[in-house]
Design a protein around this ligand. Structure first.
Ligand SMILES: Nc1ncnc2c1ncn2[C@@H]1O[C@H](COP(=O)(O)OP(=O)(O)OP(=O)(O)O)[C@@H](O)[C@H]1O
Length: 249
């Protein structure tokens, strides 16, 4: 199978006056199409830095990143965002507050087009957007609500829908349920898993929640001090208990 994403000898160095620190220390990782990879690790292990390198938010010091065999290591964020989408932890970061739910969805659907063209003919898309949210009690009847009026959970659900609406080649979830209450977090995690399977997305998800890490995904890696210290496939993951996982922290 042709890999979707290849990370080769990735190093990210932070230069300090007295000491240099490799926050990514020679990471090698291959992700295949339809993989749902869960990423665990202690605070400061380098998880977000790794996602930053994949999206182009932050460039690597050395190493390569290939998407579908193409070297994207020095491509800028805008170019990569045509293929890669990301949901952050903060519900406020993914949506435009002074726009309605429907306008946000249209912006996401037309990502890559000039902004002035992106909001045209909204009415043509209302039926499609209504269908998209029809099974989601949290957003039902909210298409015309300004995003700033939504709760954190509603906003995060919208951020997630915006991230998948164009069927990205790679979906990156950066603790996307961490700021939500337990029930809302569970609902969004279940929606996430359902949509990833239905749309056959390839996903990399950072979480600190061990039970989510056990329950979701077909592969699990643990990062520590910028290195991958554990990499398990589905079968190996199924044999693991939360207590086993805790030993890596
Ligand atoms: N621009 C920067 N300058 C200096 N240090 C940085 C910079 N970016 C990240 N770091 C450091 O690199 C390390 C890795 O940070 P990163 O945010 O990737 O960790 P993380 O695994 O995502 O942590 P968390 O679970 O807390 O979100 C941390 O020690 C952090 O302080």
């Amino acid at each position: 199978m042709k890999p979707l994403l290849e990370i080769k000898d990735a190093v990210k160095t932070i230069y300090n006056d007295d000491d240099n620190l490799n926050i990514l220390n020679n990471i090698n990782l291959t992700i295949n199409p339809k993989d749902f990879l869960v990423v665990l690790g202690t605070n400061g292990a380098g998880k977000s830095t790794l996602l930053d390198a994949i999206t182009g938010t932050n460039q690597l010091t050395s190493g390569k990143i290939l998407l579908n065999g193409d070297d994207i290591t020095s491509e800028n964020l805008a170019k990569r965002s045509r293929h890669i989408s990301r949901v952050y932890q903060d519900p406020k970061s993914g949506t435009a507050p002074r726009m309605t739910v429907a306008e946000n969805l249209l912006l996401a659907k037309r990502r890559g087009l000039p902004r002035r063209l992106r909001l045209r003919k909204l009415n043509d898309h209302m039926e499609e957007f209504q269908k998209l949210i029809s099974n989601l009690p949290t957003l039902d009847n909210r298409l015309n609500t300004f995003t700033e009026k939504l709760s954190g959970g509603q906003r995060q659900t919208l951020s997630f829908l915006m991230a998948i609406i164009q069927k990205p080649e790679l979906l990156l979830l950066d603790e996307h349920t961490a700021a939500l209450d337990p029930q809302t977090s569970k609902d969004l995690m279940e929606l996430t898993s359902r949509i990833i399977l239905e749309k056959e997305l390839t996903c990399m998800m950072i979480t600190h929640d061990l039970s989510d890490a056990m329950k979701y995904g077909n592969r699990l890696i643990v990062l520590k001090k910028g290195e991958i210290i554990l990499d398990l496939n589905q079968e190996e993951k199924n044999k693991l208990t939360e207590a086993d996982l805790l030993q890596y922290f």
